[in-house]
Design a binder for this molecule. Structure first.
Ligand code: COA
Length: 425
């Protein structure tokens, strides 16, 4: 079995989360990903949210698997020269610096094309061209400006950001798709191109159902929102809808046995129209099946709070897993609220490679999320993240072909700094 991106070499000039998510995926598809890091400190996440002193953080290790690390001061003339040599031999360069940083390094698109007209230059930025294009952006800024925060949370509460890192990791995913698409187009044109994924755009793309509802709202109230059943008038923008389902099937999070002490003893329950009869049977409300007040979805919409309260009386008598077992027998979709602890202990996720335990020379074993996209012909094992500058010598010699004298000269200039080795003596 081969590797999907065998032969593709990526200059990974990314940091923090959005860019590294993208390049980690490319590495898991078999690309040779060379991460260029500033000497001394490297990617800032190496030292952020550290749980063990002087050891690369989980923030870093979980976003940089299967990569090689070279330290390079790209503001040093020798360092810049090495960077340009890397641009010459790479198929893709990925970066997520603040707007203008690459230009200040002298790496305009025109200059990069001069060096290598086949290279694909892929960037994450906070915003696309327009009034905010020069702004620096982090995760929650994107969630707020992409429409997620205004539509998440409860109607009578604050706008809310989600735990899913849709701004950072979500944009990294979008960028990865752009890169492989550009690589495919290059096989036809022979030319590289620029790929841009703006975080605001990626979040909005993931929130498109709320833009759908914004337009529906102009034609009348959103009847599947619980607010409708509660008789509360709508304003001119899509409201926050708590745990109402974003699709046409009403759903809510309901208490299960143990909810008084366990913050995750809940289940997402969906009253899908096709299985309404089965729902009535399971909860012991067979009389609703033919009751003209409940039989049709439109009749149920104004009574959803009452209906879900009745279903909850049933779910509260069982654990979330018992509820799931019973509902699955009837093909009624549902979702137990799984804690991160439950997920980290779920052996079935290790069996598929979605969760992986890897060993690290200074931190020891840690759990990471493996490639969530499974290809049947892509044999790449998840490997630990590199130490800072771990592959500097290897890349200078065997990737760039510098001889000993040249390497000595580069190092003497301070371009690679002193690789910080964190061997576990
Ligand atoms: N050698 C020398 N200098 C280096 C270097 C290296 N190997 N790598 C980076 N630098 C320098 C850059 O040249 C830049 O210097 P300059 O400002 O003097 O030109 C400097 O490091 C800072 O880079 P920057 O990207 O601006 O970092 P920041 O900490 O100021 O901002 C972000 C961080 C994330 C806000 C910003 O990068 C950003 O908005 N990125 C785009 C959106 C994004 O991806 N956000 C989410 C991150 S998860």
């Amino acid at each position: 079995m081969g590797k999907a991106l065998d032969g593709v070499r990526v200059l990974d000039f990314t940091h923090v989360q959005s860019g590294p998510t993208c390049t980690q995926l490319l590495a898991w598809f078999g690309a040779d990903v060379i991460k260029v890091e500033r000497p001394g400190e490297g990617d800032i996440t190496r030292s952020q949210l550290r749980d063990i002193p002087n050891v690369d953080s989980l923030y870093f290790t979980m976003l940089n698997s299967n990569k090689r690390s070279i330290t390079l001061d790209t503001k040093n003339p020798q360092g810049k020269k090495v960077l340009e040599e890397l641009i010459k031999i790479c198929d893709v360069m990925v970066e997520n610096f603040a707007p203008g940083v690459l230009d200040r390094m002298g790496l305009t698109w025109e200059r990069i094309q001069e060096i290598n007209p086949r290279i694909i230059v892929a960037s994450v930025k906070g915003f696309g061209p327009g009034p905010f294009e020069d702004c620096k952006v982090y995760e929650n800024v994107a969630q707020c400006t992409g429409g997620s925060a205004s539509t998440t949370g409860f109607r009578d509460g604050l706008p809310m950001v989600t735990g899913s890192q849709i701004g950072d990791s979500g944009t990294g995913l979008h960028l990865a798709l752009g890169i492989v698409t550009a690589l495919y187009q290059r096989t036809l044109t022979g030319k590289g191109q620029r790929v841009l994924a703006a975080m605001q755009d990626a979040v909005l793309n993931l929130c498109r159902v709320k833009l759908r509802d914004q337009q529906r709202l102009q034609r009348g109230p959103l009847q599947e929102y619980s607010q409708f059943g509660e008789g509360i008038p709508f304003g001119d923008a899509v409201p926050r809808a708590g745990n109402d389902s974003g699709g046409g099937q009403p759903g809510r999070i309901l208490k299960c046995k143990g909810w008084e002490t366990d913050p995750n003893a809940y289940i997402y329950f969906i009253t899908q129209a096709q299985v309404w009869d089965k729902v009535c049977t399971v909860i012991g409300k067979e009389e609703w099946i033919n009751d003209p007040e409940f039989a049709k979805p439109a009749q149920r919409l104004p009574k959803l709070n009452f209906i879900f309260a009745t279903i909850e009386e049933w779910t509260m008598t069982k654990t979330k897993f018992e509820v799931m077992d019973i509902l699955n027998k009837y093909d009624i979709p549902c979702g137990p609220i799984l804690s991160m602890k439950e997920i980290a202990e779920d052996q079935s996720l290790y069996a598929t490679g979605t969760l992986v335990e890897v060993d690290h020379p200074t931190r020891g074993a840690y759990i990471t999320v493996g490639n969530p996209i499974k290809l049947s012909d892509n044999d790449v094992q998840v490997e630990r993240s590199p130490l800072l500058g771990e592959h500097t010598d290897e890349i200078l010699a065997s990737v760039l072909g510098f001889d000993e004298e040249q390497i000595t000269e580069i190092k003497a200039s301070g371009a690679t700094g002193e690789p910080v080795r964190q061997a576990a003596e």
